[in-house]
Design a protein around this ligand. Structure first.
Ligand SMILES: Nc1ncnc2c1ncn2[C@@H]1O[C@H](COP(=O)(O)OP(=O)(O)OP(=O)(O)O)[C@@H](O)[C@H]1O
Length: 619
């Protein structure tokens, strides 16, 4: 079998892949740009904890600097001439100061850790809610726009995670900058010549950490596609939905092959990265050792020629250790922050792109008379017109049926009538009001809709129906039971172990699964429970058995008396009683009339009806 190569074609450079080269080049200069959005989120999420961390980090740095000064005092006393006991006694006050300084520093570091512990979860909490609010607030058409969709997934799958990590790194970054400033500041005060000596000691290590981080980042850029592919295979191999079909089609070896094809190069890349990083760290260590040796020689010479006293040189050794550790932390945190900043930018970009214009003021709408004037619609990013120049009126109380072949535009037209999509040309009017100019919730509130693939809410049976209008007051469940009865869902619920309170999701303990038709009955009940003047049904009875279908159509007829109804179905026998039938073909309205009129005209509808009648007669 020739294996598909995941490095082929689109999979190597899909349009959602990050352009990592710019960020890699940007390096540490990218820190400020990466910092601001993270800082903004921290500020929004936990301002008190953020201030506490900053203040305590500064105090910790000052304590460290003070401790280094006091250390010089201790060393000066200890290295003075005289009997040992006297020298130790003389050093005691400074020793106490050193102890106090380091005690204070320890306390501050604990305080920073405690405040930091509040920051990360708060950042996640705020960032998640903003993302979900943005996603829920986006127009439906945005979900058909592949760019928007990719942006949202990047923001959700990586942006959120890295925003949290970036918040951690920012705290680390500030702490290490203050640590370095404390060490460098105290050295500069002790003797300015010690500053270049400090640089000599810390630069090789800094180089190695920076280089290793860049290697890691470049590797992420190379493996992002493979990672995503492994994730896809993982879902196929472990999720419930595809399990039956994979077994029925004996596709198990194929799925495993798919896994290997993506996972092998991923492993090789990881090995390559770890090896390169180990090599860089080795070189860094050798250079750091060399740097340290040179540092000590220089310090020795400074002492030898009495540029600095021995005690100050002793303090310098300690300060250099402090600074080296802090610098390592700094470079690592800064590099990670730049990398994470890329993903945080994705998150920010998504929030910005999902921002909708402020909602218009609520208006009273009357959807009983619907008028379409030259309405066309193309899905975002699609060159094809899904609905093409349709003009029609639907009168109050009228039931119209939309029929036509798969892909002829029925669902799209129904969603345009419901205001879920805004036409790309033309207008949809309810009464005299163009609904594109009305606010979204006023429009949605007037529509009850059952769609082709209703959501299977992972909740109780009760929630599955009540979510149709979750704000509806129905204390004794009268409306709930009425809707369930009309949809034949009451029988389904009667058979459930905990009735209305049964959890309908196998993903949770105690949850049960329903059949496709049983789910559909609940979905129909949900639509009925919503109760609104404009009723839109998109193939509501396709998965229902004949008895349930009959019952649903009976309910529909009763409901239709005082409502405007748009019904989509392929079963032409069900549309015979509609006041008017509209036949769509390739997005255009090509025939309309009553059942009898359309049969008499001998057009497409008559052909379709004839075909279906023959099918049922043969069966
Ligand atoms: N989300 C989408 N993004 C892009 N194109 C779409 C999308 N949904 C539908 N289309 C396209 O729009 C056209 C009309 O689709 P629509 O779903 O309205 O047809 P339909 O008549 O309801 O079909 P069916 O009988 O199969 O339900 C089709 O060509 C389809 O490929």
């Amino acid at each position: 079998m020739s294996e598909p190569d995941p490095r082929d074609g689109n999979l190597v450079t899909p349009h959602w892949q990050l352009d990592d080269s710019a960020a890699t080049r940007r390096g540490l200069r990218g820190v400020p740009a990466a910092t601001w959005p993270v800082l903004g989120t921290i500020w929004r999420a936990a301002p008190g904890a953020a201030v506490a961390v900053a203040v305590m980090q500064v105090v910790s740095g000052l304590a460290a600097a003070f401790g280094l000064f006091a250390t010089t005092g201790v060393l000066t006393q200890l290295l003075a001439s005289g009997p040992t006991t006297e020298r130790v006694v003389a050093a005691l006050p400074d020793l106490l100061l050193v102890g106090a300084a380091f005690g204070l520093r320890g306390a501050m570091d604990v305080g920073v850790a405690l405040a930091h512990a509040r920051i990360t979860p708060s950042v996640r909490r705020v960032a998640e809610e903003r993302l979900y609010a943005a996603s829920l607030g986006a127009d439906l058409a945005a979900f058909d726009d592949s760019e928007f969709y990719d942006r949202m997934h990047r923001a959700r799958d990586r942006g959120l995670f890295f925003l949290e990590r970036a918040a951690d790194n920012l705290v680390e970054l500030v702490g290490s900058v203050i640590g370095i400033a404390a060490a460098a500041g105290s050295l500069a005060l002790l003797h300015p010549v010690l500053l270049p000596v400090l640089l000599l000691a810390v630069l090789p290590d800094g180089w190695a950490v920076q280089r290793a981080a860049r290697l890691a980042y470049a590797s992420v850029g190379r493996t992002v596609v493979l990672d995503r592919r492994v994730q896809m295979v993982s879902d196929l191999a472990t999720e419930r939905e595809p399990a039956a079909e994979i077994r029925a089609y004996q596709a198990e070896p194929f799925v495993l092959d798919e896994y290997r094809v993506a996972a092998d190069p991923l492993r090789d890349e990881d090995v390559r990265l770890a090896t390169a990083q180990a090599r860089v760290r080795g070189v860094g260590r050798a250079l750091a050792g060399l740097g340290l040796a040179v540092t000590y020689v220089v310090l020795g010479l400074l002492v030898r020629y009495e540029w600095v006293p021995l005690a100050v040189a002793g303090t310098a050794v300690i300060a250099i250790r402090v600074a080296t550790t802090a610098l390592n932390r700094l470079v690592l945190a800064a590099n990670q922050l730049v990398e994470q900043g890329m993903y945080v930018a994705d998150y920010q970009e998504f929030l910005a792109s999902a921002r909708r214009p402020a909602d218009r003021p609520e208006v009273g709408l009357d959807p009983s008379r619907v008028r379409l004037e030259g309405v066309s619609f193309s899905y975002p990013g699609s060159g094809r017109v899904a609905v093409d120049g349709i003009t029609l009126s639907i009168e109050p109380g009228e039931t119209v049926a939309l029929v036509g072949e798969n892909g002829s535009g029925k669902t799209t037209l129904a969603k345009l009538i419901a205001g879920l999509y805004a036409p790309t040309a033309g207008r949809v009017l309810w009464g005299a009001q163009d609904i594109a100019e009305a606010d979204r919730s006023s429009v949605a509130s007037q529509v009850m809709m059952v769609l082709q693939d209703p959501v299977r809410w992972p909740h109780t049976a009760r929630v599955n129906v009540r979510v149709g209008r979750h704000s509806r007051v129905d204390p004794d469940g009268v409306a709930l039971k009425q809707a369930a009865g009309q949809a034949g869902a009451d029988v389904v619920v009667d058979g459930l172990p905990a009735g209305w309170e049964t959890l309908l999701s196998k993903q949770f303990r105690g949850g049960v699964e329903l059949s496709g038709g049983q789910w559909q009955r609940l979905a129909v009940a949900r639509g009925l429970y919503r109760d609104a003047p404009l009723l839109i049904w998109d193939e509501p009875t396709a998965p229902l058995d004949a008895k349930a279908e009959f019952a649903v159509y009976e309910s529909l007829r009763a409901l239709a008396e005082d409502r405007t109804v748009v019904l989509i179905t392929h079963r032409l026998a069900s549309v015979r009683h509609a006041d008017r039938i509209l036949l769509l073909h390739e997005g255009k309205l090509v025939e309309q009339g009553t059942h009898a009129e359309l049969l008499a005209s001998g057009g497409r509808y008559a052909d379709l009806y004839e075909l279906q009648s023959r099918m049922y007669a043969d069966a």
